[in-house]
Design a protein around this ligand. Structure first.
Ligand SMILES: Nc1ncnc2c1ncn2[C@@H]1O[C@H](COP(=O)(O)OP(=O)(O)OP(=O)(O)O)[C@@H](O)[C@H]1O
Ligand SMILES: [Mg+2]
Length: 256
């Protein structure tokens, strides 16, 4: 039965999608079966894995508010062992449509993916940069949350709101949810500021912070435009090596 991990931080542009997609690719390369679910209307995880079509009618939108089963929306990526349920332009409307569901609107994703969990070791959910119903649905389906934090001044701003949301989800929707780990992204080991920020993050999250830090690396930013994870685009670059190491650390910690 798959462990479900949500990649979440309400702040935009901190590396949620980059981490979700590349960690998924290296986890699959380590022999695990991984399903990425793109819960962001921006569809960045979908395009990063080669699915650029925004009008597809077998996307996570139809799974959430239409009548197709999750299994009917699963697509294979070019990485062996890595599948995806893509986002589509319609997903932006799902937030409002879900809001009109009177009972159980926070649990729709959880219920829908239950049937496909058996076929995977991990389901990785890429969340949008907000704390709306799409994120709450993602968290309510998750056993663990990986929080990417950009290594910059004000890195921790807004995170207390996010932690509070996780607390509420734990209390009312998903008692088993835990913060699985914190990934420091866009890290510059040479900058004095970076070390200070890492210290601040570690003060809050302690040993939840992964030892592997993700450097700023332009290859990581280029790979999505080719529809490839960095493991296929440029496996030798520093960013690829960091995500490969992060996948090892992730698997070691989660013991799976
Ligand atoms: N380590 C990195 N080095 C260089 N560029 C990066 C790195 N990580 C992410 N980027 C780039 O920074 C931008 C934001 O990253 P990403 O899309 O992963 O963040 P996000 O948190 O998912 O954003 P959003 O909140 O919009 O969903 C992207 O253009 C991405 O390619
Ligand atoms: Mg994103």
């Amino acid at each position: 039965m798959a462990k479900v991990i949500a990649f979440s931080n309400q702040k935009g542009g901190v590396g949620k999608t980059t981490t979700c997609v590349n960690l998924a690719a290296y986890t699959a390369r380590a022999g695990k079966r991984v399903l990425v679910v793109d819960m962001d209307p921006q569809g960045n995880a979908s395009s990063a894995l080669g699915f650029f079509e925004r009008k597809d009618k077998k996307s996570v939108y139809e799974v959430l508010v239409g009548d197709i089963e999750a299994a009917g929306a699963v697509k294979k990526t070019e990485t062996e062992g890595l599948d995806i349920i893509t986002s589509s332009g319609d997903l932006a409307g799902a937030e409002l449509e879900l809001a009109q569901v009177m009972i159980g609107r926070e649990r729709v994703l959880d219920e829908k993916i239950e049937a496909v969990k058996e076929g995977y070791d991990f389901v990785f959910i890429d969340c949008p940069p907000s704390l709306g119903l799409l994120t709450v649905n993602s968290l309510a389906a998750a056993d663990g949350v990986v929080v990417p934090i950009q290594c910059e001044y004000f890195a921790l701003e807004g995170l207390s709101q996010m932690m509070n949301t996780i607390k509420l989800v734990k209390k009312f929707l998903r008692p088993a949810i835990e913060v699985e780990g914190v990934v420091i992204t866009l890290y510059d080991g040479r900058a004095k500021l970076s070390k200070g920020v890492v210290g601040e993050i570690e003060k809050v999250f302690g040993d939840k912070v992964y030892l592997t830090k993700i450097p700023r690396n332009v290859r990581l930013a280029e790979a999505p435009s080719y529809g490839k994870p960095v493991s296929d685009y440029d496996p030798k670059c520093a960013g690829a090596q960091a995500y490969e190491k992060l996948a090892e650390e992730f698997l070691r910690r989660i013991n799976k």
